[in-house]
Design a protein around this ligand. Structure first.
Ligand code: EPZ
Length: 430
C-alpha cells in the first residue's frame, strides 16, 4: 500500500511547471488509430491513464514506443482488430474514445464499457445517438460490451446533442473524420482539449472547422498522414497548483500554461483577493497580500468554472472565513470526498448539488482519495492542516497528476510517498 504523507502548515513558494493535458492525451492517443502513418506525440503527461491507453493500443497490435518520459511514437498501421474488450479497457473512462476511432477506421467497433471515476450514473446515450445517426447499429452485449456496426453504410450526419458533453463531442469528431460527407455537431462542448484534438486531427489532414464553438463541422477525408504533435498544457493541473498556493497563503509561479484556458479559475481567485499576474505562458498567484474572501462557485461546461477543479476549490474554501456555496451543475454526485474533508475538521454540508462551506481550521487526519480530483483536494487540505496527514488510495491521484510529490516538494512542501507493507501479505508469508 502506498500513501502520500504531508506535514502541513507551510505556505507554498517557488515555481512549478505544468505537464501536458491528461484529458487531451487520452483523446489524442486513441485518435492516432485513425492515422495511415506513424505519429509522434510530445508533451505527454507521465500518468498512469496514459500508460493504460498506450497498453490498450499495444494489445490491439499498434507499435507504441516511449521515446522519453513525455514522448510516444505510435505506429497504428499494424492494428488489425476493431475489438478492445480486455480488462484494461474497463479501467479508464477514456477508453470509450476507441468507439469513435475504431468506427472511423473499420466502420465497426466492439469496446468494453468504460470505468473511470465514479460520479454516479455516467450515461453514454449521446455518444450512441451520434454513432446511430452516422449509420451505426449498436448492441450491448451481456451488459458489458458495446458493439457498433456501420459496415452497411457509414456517413456524415447532423447531430444535436441534448446535453453539452465532452466525451460525446470527442467521440463523434473521431468517428466523423473519415466518414463520407459532412458531419455537423450542434451544442458541442468547447473545452480546450476538444480544440487540441481538432488541431491534432487537422494537422494530419482532417477537415474540422468550429472546434471551440458550439457548432463543429467535419468533412470526411480518406487519408491521414503522420505528424509530430505536442499536447497542450493541463488546465486542471494548473488550477490545482493555483488553488494550493491560495489555500496555503503562498506565492507561486505556474509555468507552461495557456492563460486563456485558466480565465474562470484566475478570475475566481482574484475575486477571493489573490493577486494574479498573467504572462504569455505563466501565471503568478500571490495569496500573501490580504486575507481571502469567501466566494460562491458554479461549475459549468467551458468556458465556465471547470467541474474538475471543484473539489480543489472546496478544499481551498474550507480555509476562508465566512460561508461559501458551491453549485456542481455538471455531475450528479461529485461530493463523495466531502466526508474526508470533514474528518479533517472542515464544516461542509451537502444538499443535492450544493455544498455549503463554513470556513475554519483544518486538522491533519488519515484520509483517502475517493477519485482523482478528490485526491487533489486531499493534497491541498493536507498542505494546509497542521500535523501529519496521510492519504491512501493514491493510485487515483497518479492517474492524472504527473510527478505530483516532487512538484509539491519543489514548492517547499513537506510531502513524501511512502510504502506500507500490506498486513495481510505479511500474515500469509509468516
Ligand atoms: C470529461 O468526462 C472529463 N474526462 C471529465 O474529467 C470531466 O469532469 C467532464 O468531461 C466534464 O468536463 C475526460 O475528458 C476523460 P461529459 P466526460 O460527457 O466526457 C452527461 C477528470 O477529473 N452526459 O462532458 O465523461 C453526464 O452525465 C475527469 O479529469 C449524458 O447525459 O463528461 C454529465 O452530467 C473526470 N449523456 C455531463 O453530461 C452522455 O452521453 C457531462 O459529461 C454523456 C454525458
Amino acid at each position: 500500500m502506498e500513501r502520500i504523507v504531508i506535514s502541513g502548515g507551510k505556505p507554498l513558494y517557488g515555481e512549478v511547471t505544468v505537464s501536458g493535458a491528461k484529458n487531451a492525451a487520452v483523446a489524442i492517443i486513441p485518435g492516432v488509430v485513425l492515422c495511415d502513418e506513424p505519429c509522434r506525440i510530445e508533451n505527454i503527461p507521465n500518468i498512469s491513464d496514459v500508460s493504460l491507453i498506450a497498453n490498450i493500443l499495444r494489445d490491439m497490435g499498434a507499435m507504441v514506443r516511449r521515446v522519453d518520459k513525455n514522448t510516444l511514437d505510435i505506429d497504428p498501421r499494424p492494428i488489425n482488430t476493431y475489438e478492445a474488450t480486455e480488462e484494461g479497457v474497463r479501467k479508464m473512462r477514456a477508453s470509450y474514445y476507441l468507439l469513435g476511432a475504431l468506427l472511423g477506421r473499420f466502420h465497426k467497433a466492439k469496446v468494453a464499457l468504460p470505468g473511470g471515476c465514479n460520479f454516479g450514473v455516467r450515461p453514454i446515450d449521446q455518444h450512441l445517438k451520434g454513432f446511430q445517426l452516422m449509420g451505426a447499429k449498436n448492441e450491448l452485449i451481456n451488459g458489458a460490451i458495446i458493439d457498433l456496426d456501420a459496415s452497411a453504410s457509414f456517413h456524415g450526419a447532423r447531430i444535436y446533442f441534448d446535453t453539452v458533453s465532452v466525451g460525446s463531442t470527442i467521440n463523434v469528431m473521431l468517428a466523423a473524420v473519415k466518414a463520407e460527407g459532412q458531419t455537423i455537431i450542434e451544442n458541442a462542448a468547447k473545452e480546450p482539449h476538444i480544440v487540441d484534438l481538432a488541431n491534432f486531427l487537422n494537422s494530419m489532414g482532417a477537415n474540422i472547422r468550429g472546434a471551440g464553438t458550439d457548432v463543429i463541422k467535419i468533412r470526411g477525408v480518406e487519408y491521414l498522414h503522420g505528424v509530430t504533435y505536442s499536447i497542450i498544457p493541463d488546465q486542471i493541473e494548473a488550477g490545482t497548483y493555483m488553488a494550493a498556493a491560495a489555500a496555503t497563503r503562498g506565492k507561486i509561479t505556474v509555468r507552461n500554461i495557456t492563460p486563456k484556458h485558466l480565465e474562470s479559475i484566475s478570475s475566481k481567485l482574484r475575486e477571493m483577493g489573490c493577486e494574479i499576474d498573467e504572462y504569455d505562458e505563466a501565471v503568478i498567484v500571490d495569496a500573501t497580500k490580504r486575507p481571502l474572501n469567501r466566494v460562491n462557485i458554479k461549475t459549468m461546461p467551458h468556458p465556465g468554472f471547470p467541474t474538475d477543479c471543484q473539489p480543489q476549490f472546496v478544499a481551498l474554501l474550507t480555509t476562508v472565513k465566512g460561508t461559501s456555496i458551491v453549485n456542481e451543475s455538471v455531475w450528479d454526485n461529485r461530493y463523495q470526498y466531502v466526508s474526508e474533508l470533514v474528518r479533517m475538521g472542515a464544516n461542509i454540508s451537502v444538499e443535492g448539488r450544493l455544498a455549503i462551506i463554513e470556513g475554519g481550521t483544518l486538522t491533519a487526519a488519515p484520509v483517502k482519495a475517493t477519485d482523482l480530483r478528490a485526491g487533489a483536494a486531499m493534497l491541498i487540505a493536507g498542505l494546509v492542516a497542521e500535523g501529519t496527514t496521510s492519504i491512501s488510495n493514491i493510485s487515483y491521484i497518479e492517474r492524472g497528476y504527473s510527478d505530483v510529490v516532487t512538484k509539491f516538494q519543489a514548492l517547499g512542501a513537506d510531502i513524501k510517498k511512502i510504502y506500507i507493507p500490506d498486513p495481510d501479505a505479511v500474515a500469509t508469508t509468516a
